[in-house]
Design a protein around this ligand. Structure first.
Ligand code: ZN
Length: 135
């Protein structure tokens, strides 16, 4: 009954833990807790290396990795984006990604969220009121 195939999974669990820590710097506790519940309901419509488009609840979240840009439009995000903070939908989308990938993005977001000098990789958070896949 012993399994030695758990190691890659352990690594993923660890990565997910790190993602959560980093996201905690980008949003507050209550939002992050709600994001963790929402993560299971995230549907990725596009999941390419450079572009992720997810549907969360009734909203779309676009993670444009190439241009370091997140587009989303819920009411909470409209206020949060100005502070470079994430709403639960965006956090949930990141939690739903493959952990190692989410880690790269979360790391950059967390850096951008703090006024640390020498940070180059700031992400832009763009409010979009409507997004329709395929026009
Ligand atoms: Zn949102």
């Amino acid at each position: 009954m012993t399994s030695r195939t758990d190691e890659p999974r352990d690594q993923e669990v660890q990565a997910l833990g790190q993602v959560l820590e980093l996201l905690a710097e980008c949003t507050e506790e209550g939002r992050l807790a709600r994001a963790q519940k929402l993560a299971a309901k995230v549907t990725c419509q596009v999941a390419e290396d450079e572009l992720i488009i997810a549907a969360v609840a009734n909203y779309n979240v676009v993670v444009d990795v190439e241009n370091r840009r997140i587009q989303h439009g819920c009411r909470d995000f409209q206020g949060q984006a100005r502070k470079l903070c994430l709403c639960k939908h965006v956090a949930a989308t990141l939690l739903a990604l493959e952990p190692n990938r989410a880690l790269l993005i979360a790391r950059e977001l967390a850096n951008g969220a703090q006024p640390v000098s020498g940070v180059v990789a700031a992400w832009r958070l763009e409010v979009i009121t409507r997004f329709r896949l395929g026009g």
